[in-house]
Design a protein. Structure first.
Length: 323
């Protein structure tokens, strides 16, 4: 560091000498207390901005005209990549009777959700069987899309604001409502009759959120999937199972000793889950759904699978787009 020299006038030097002499003649004073050094202060960082509240489910992406034929898919699109691979990879369930389940006689996956997957494959390949099915637990559906394990998820996937942060959904294809399944003769008629008792549902599902939000002191048991809940119900370890009506209807059809009861606890919409990085695939799937609504094949599938178990059977809701 360069020193800085300052010249002082002679008058300053005389005054300084006088002050020094005066100090020697005065009695010695006690040294002034020196405050202890204060701890260094650090300014607290401003609080992180909270994520904006999700208050409304947004619509899906509108189809771009009519469906192209299987051999004329837009180049470099997600559909063309899938076609080049030779198979559509779809995340599905295998334990929801009539919705997505494995037929014990044939070993094949069947149900309304499986019909929809095959309809999408037919639009890409001209062949509904060009599908690789990946069985997913309820809690793993969004992660399978984010990790690129699957092209689509058709697995009773309910559209929610929170899920739309990481998943792009098609327009809804089925409207459902949440209810409860109990042993026949249990005396349970409404969910209030289950206050303080154990109620089972799938971990990571919207039904779990609804149950936990009810002011009933329910003891919510969240397991990997509903087949695990069925075992718990049969062993008397839970008093009820809660899920969507189409799922519970399938369970009741398999076990005549159970019955679906109570008012709807929520109204939800199933849609196809797709990566946000593939908007063209979202529009393509929506075009498949538009055609299936128009020709009645989607409603016919629901009547076939649920007509004997859900009265009335579910119907395709109208599409809603944001663009």
């Amino acid at each position: 560091m360069t020193a800085v020299q300052v010249r002082r006038p002679a008058a300053y030097l005389v005054a300084a000498a006088a002050l020094s002499l005066l100090t020697l003649l005065l009695p010695e004073a006690a040294p002034a207390a020196v405050p202890p050094p204060s701890a260094p202060t650090t300014e607290a960082p401003p609080p992180a901005a909270a994520a904006p509240a999700c208050i409304q489910i947004r619509g899906s992406l509108r189809p771009e005209g009519p469906l192209p034929p299987p051999g004329a898919l837009p180049p470099d699109s997600a559909m063309a990549i899938i076609a080049g691979r030779g198979r559509l990879i779809a995340g599905v369930d295998q334990g929801s009777y009539r919705l997505g389940y494995r037929n014990p006689l044939s070993g094949e996956l069947e149900g309304a959700d499986i019909d929809l997957v095959r309809r999408i494959a037919a639009a890409i390949f001209g062949d509904p069987n060009r599908v690789q099915f990946v069985v997913l637990d309820i809690a793993d559906r969004a992660a399978a899309i984010a990790d690129g394990q699957v092209d689509i998820v058709v697995n009773a996937f309910t559209v929610t604001c929170a899920r739309q942060r990481t998943v792009e959904f098609s327009a809804p294809y089925m409207a459902v409502s949440q209810r409860v399944l109990v042993p026949a003769g249990s005396g349970v008629r409404e969910v209030e009759d289950l206050a303080g008792r154990r109620v089972c549902t799938s971990r990571g599902s919207t039904t779990e959120d609804v149950l936990r939000a009810l002011p009933l002191r329910l003891n919510v048991v969240a397991l990997r999937g509903l087949p695990d809940c069925v075992l718990e119900l049969q062993r008397g370890r839970v008093a009820a199972i809660s899920s969507d009506d189409v799922v519970l209807a399938g369970l009741a059809a398999q076990d005549p000793q159970t019955v679906v009861v109570g008012r709807p606890l929520s109204a939800d919409l199933y849609a196809v889950g797709i990566s946000p990085t593939s908007p063209e695939l979202v529009r393509f799937v929506n075009a498949v759904l538009e055609r299936a609504r128009a020709d009645g094949s989607l409603a016919a599938s629901f009547r076939f699978w649920f007509g004997d178990y859900v009265n009335p059977p579910p119907r395709p809701p109208p599409a809603r787009y944001r663009d």
